[in-house]
Design a protein around this ligand. Structure first.
Ligand code: PGA
Length: 244
């Protein structure tokens, strides 16, 4: 399987900055082997998606609402996103769980909405530092997985999971090889029990050009979900080059 490299721009990059970033990445053409997906803010999604039409790069949305439509001012549904040329949706990012109080119930509804709109979900899971230090990492990951995937058909296709330890996101502290190996092994074992098709597992949390190659050697690491290091074409292209 080719590595999957997802660029989560979060609330960064206005339209000019976003277009200039993808133009620079297209110019430096870092690899033909990796599957690269950009997640711009939803207001620029259409323009970035247009720019990437007929290229090998794909786009996705950072979040969708958990209902299909209705009186939810300011929100965007899976169906609306699918009406653009967009294939993926990040669901359950820890910043959404933490700052917008997203619940397991809503995350499960988002997964169902994404799948019924034919969007491929990238389900984010991960433990806090407190949970890791109290030895609860596996318990937390298992609960996040089983609640997010509740009533999802066991033969679901296209689902991706991102393991993102909360304490590693945007902190410059990356999980070490043992921690990544253990968590990805556990996620692989758990998803294999729940689902029939293999689920790619991305690592996220201060992944960068210096650590990506080493982390990519670890079993069950199928790629990365990258925040900070995806905002500059040099660092992002370097990550792609280093792992392909
Ligand atoms: P980071 O963010 O690479 O800046 O740690 C990763 C993410 O939040 O997806």
């Amino acid at each position: 399987m080719n590595p999957i490299i997802a660029a989560n721009w979060k609330m960064n990059m206005n339209i000019n900055e976003g277009l200039s970033l993808v133009n620079n990445i297209l110019d430096s053409s870092p690899s033909k082997k990796s599957q690269v997906i950009f997640f711009p803010p939803s207001i620029t999604l259409n323009a970035i998606s247009d720019r990437l039409k007929n290229t090998r790069y794909e786009v996705g949305v950072q979040n969708i609402h958990h209902e299909e439509s209705g009186a939810f001012t300011g929100e965007i549904s899976a169906q609306m996103i699918k009406s653009l040329d967009v294939q993926y949706a990040i669901i359950g990012h820890s910043e959404r769980r933490q700052f917008f109080h997203e619940t397991d119930y809503q995350i499960n509804k988002k997964i169902h909405n994404a799948l019924s709109a034919n969007l491929f979900p990238i389900l984010c899971i991960g433990e806090t530092l407190e949970e890791r230090e109290s030895g609860e990492t596996s318990k937390v990951l298992k609960k996040q997985l089983s609640s997010a995937l509740k009533d999802v058909d066991s033969d679901v296709k296209g689902l991706i999971v991102a393991y993102e330890p909360v304490w590693a996101i945007g902190t410059g502290i990356t999980a070490n090889s043992n921690q990544v190996n253990e968590a990805h092994g556990f996620i692989n074992e758990t998803t294999s029990k729940l689902l029939e098709n293999p689920v790619p597992i991305l690592y996220g949390g201060s992944a960068n050009a210096d650590n990506a190659a080493e982390l990519f050697q670890i079993k069950n690491v199928d790629g990365f979900l990258i925040g900070g290091a995806s905002l500059k074409s040099e660092s992002f292209c370097q990550i792609i080059k280093n792992i392909t």
